[in-house]
Design a protein around this ligand. Sequence first.
Ligand code: UFG
Length: 378
Amino acid sequence: MANKSLAKNHADTCVLVTGGAGFIGSHTCVELLNAGYAVVIVDDLSNSSEVAVNRVRQIAGLVPDDPRLAFYKANILDREALDRIFSEHDVDAIIHFAGFKAVGESVQKPLEYYWNNVAGTLVLCEVARDHDVKNLVFSSSATVYGEPEFIPITEDCPKHDATNPYGWTKSMLEQVLSDLYVGDNEWNVVLLRYFNPIGAHESGLIGEDPKGIPNNLLPYVAQVAVGKLACVGVFGDDYDTPDGTGVRDYIHVVDLARGHVAALDWMAGKVGTGEPRGLGSVAGEPAADGTRRGVGIFNLGTGTGSSVLDVVHAFERACGKTLPYEIKPRRAGDVAINYAACDKAREELGWVAEYDLDRMCADSWRWQSMNPDGYASA
Ligand code: UFG
């Protein structure tokens, strides 16, 4: 019934990052290494590239076989591979990003989504438990709020039915991970509900590299800017918003990554009060070493809403070109407005997002123009 202790220096703490070669994962690895942690990446490269891992090393100033960063190409459903990795490394905590994430595709391939995301997480948690690792940060999403009951969205906003299997996997996994704590009070779980992560590392070396035609707004706009796509389709201009287009809370991926580093310090009991606030949060009795137990839930956003046209215009300023756009019908399942209340993360984690939309677009443009074909350009 033991759990690894986080009551020690970052330099003595090893974090296993599933999906660490992906968009948010790679940026989080950089911030973890900057904060002094040792990092073990597990990624099956199904939607990412090992080039990203090499770039993380480059940004963090590590030589290729530096022991502070290890990489394993493995799927989280592969129990034997995970077991070997946990045996080879003294893992203290897990940041779990690995998962399929395309909303539309999840409707066509529910089995693949439930297997990979839900069953994969079950295998990961079982193996982790077998190795006494019960500190876990989970990559959740504002999608769990569905059509939000109020704006800005606090962690007290009730969860609603998801509108697609991807959203259900996030919602279900929040429940699974919360139940782990109920069944075994050694677990220390943080659910981070992301709003809309965009931008890239300021070096231009890592960024978002979607396969095929992007589903999300920012990579689509970036590919129009670089000349790979002709015109931005704006999905609806008749929403009840200032300019009629959908409003979202875009957050710089580096800010988001730093939110994960803050969450680890919170789990270690180094920051915050551990007050149980927010639906579903459970503040357990801290362990004897002062580290937290329970389930902490935090929104990670900026608290600022931007419309689709705000984004297009900010990107125009970043790239110095006029970007063609065309109004299209609304996209099924989209909500009109979605932005976060970020007070809880500020008060408890001591974390706030620093970068504004112009900076997000400038960094995204640098990444896109330096790597027009993503990591395939390398
Ligand atoms: N949009 C366009 N044109 C596009 C793509 C998007 O106008 O080509 C609009 C959408 O209608 C929406 C906004 O841009 O108003 C943002 O859309 P994204 O697809 O970039 O992001 P979503 O808010 O739909 O999705 C994000 C995450 C999901 C998550 C969801 C809900 O990508 O993982 O938020 O929190 F589930």
